[in-house]
Ligand binder design. Structure first.
Ligand SMILES: NC(=O)c1ccc[n+]([C@@H]2O[C@H](COP(=O)([O-])OP(=O)(O)OC[C@H]3O[C@@H](n4cnc5c(N)ncnc54)[C@H](OP(=O)(O)O)[C@@H]3O)[C@@H](O)[C@H]2O)c1
Length: 234
């Protein structure tokens, strides 16, 4: 019997898919995992076929308000509450460095990483307000740390994650009185399509992410942290 609910965006590959598998091992969870295109989401959709009670795949581009509304409506058919939202979907355009940055790349990255997170969260807010110890995890990056930014970090991505950090701060203050904990997390440099040269596997990453999420207390609300819970500078 499922007693807890979680929504994970960008769950067809990378860290989002690893999070989905990890929560699937916790049989008390019903997991709503979103993906964009069925063609590139075979592993998620096959897993959902095997676990129909526990894993509900939802087709949702975080830049498409119609799809966000539809996904939220499907969640409401199953439950009136969400305990955890992981805003994980994100994008990075390589080689988009100052001097050669384009408005197009900047806006595209911003739309997914910032506006997408905003719209998904706002559409799921009524459900989160009914959640038990509700938590919002915004998957950011140390790339969005203004005080530690270094030359080799991609421009548009860094701008978008810095903006996401502010959005996350706003959520944490606005939702505090609703007893929703919001945190901004840098997952580490993880070996996925976004960082193929990194060493740490998504499975190692999410093992520690789950511990972090379990351990969140009201006093953590609004923090920017690594997955081992140490503080990052804004
Ligand atoms: N990997 C790292 O080292 C690292 C470091 C710091 C932070 N992060 C952050 O961690 C999160 C997950 O990263 P990852 O490494 O797992 O990346 P990834 O392997 O590139 O996966 C990105 C995921 O986001 C989805 N996505 C992208 N744009 C979307 C949109 N408009 N609507 C819906 N879904 C969209 C992708 O879906 P499609 O398959 O349809 O494209 C995919 O599921 C991101 O927010 C990233 O910025 C990663």
């Amino acid at each position: 019997v499922t007693t807890r609910t979680i929504f994970i965006t960008g769950a067809n590959r990378g860290i989002g898919f690893a999070l989905t598998k990890a929560y699937l091992n916790r049989r008390e969870y019903r997991i709503f995992s979103s993906y964009r295109s069925p063609e590139s989401s075979g592993q998620l959709l096959s897993l959902a076929d095997l676990h129909p009670e526990h894993l509900i795949p939802l087709c949702m581009d975080v830049c498409d308000t119609g799809q966000i509304h539809e996904a939220a409506a499907i969640v409401r058919q199953y439950t009136n509450s969400l305990d955890i939202l992981i805003n994980n979907a994100g994008m990075l355009i390589q080689e988009d460095n100052f001097g050669d940055m384009t408005a197009d790349n900047l806006l595209k990255t911003f739309e997914t990483n910032v506006s997408g997170t905003l719209l998904v969260t706002q559409n799921l807010l009524a459900l989160l307000k009914n959640g038990t110890d509700a938590k919002i995890i915004n998957m950011s990056s140390e790339a969005g740390s203004i005080s530690t930014w270094e030359k080799n970090i991609i421009g548009s991505y860094a701008v978008s994650k810095a903006a996401l950090n502010m959005l996350s701060k706003i959520m944490s203050v606005q939702l505090k009185e609703k007893n929703i904990i919001t945190v901004t997390v840098h997952p580490g440099n993880i070996k996925t399509d976004m960082g193929p040269e990194n060493d740490t596997s998504p499975e190692i990453c999410v093992g520690e992410m789950l511990e972090l999420i379990d351990s969140l207390k009201p006093s953590d609300n609004g923090r920017f942290m690594r997955r081992d819970k140490t503080a990052l500078a804004w």
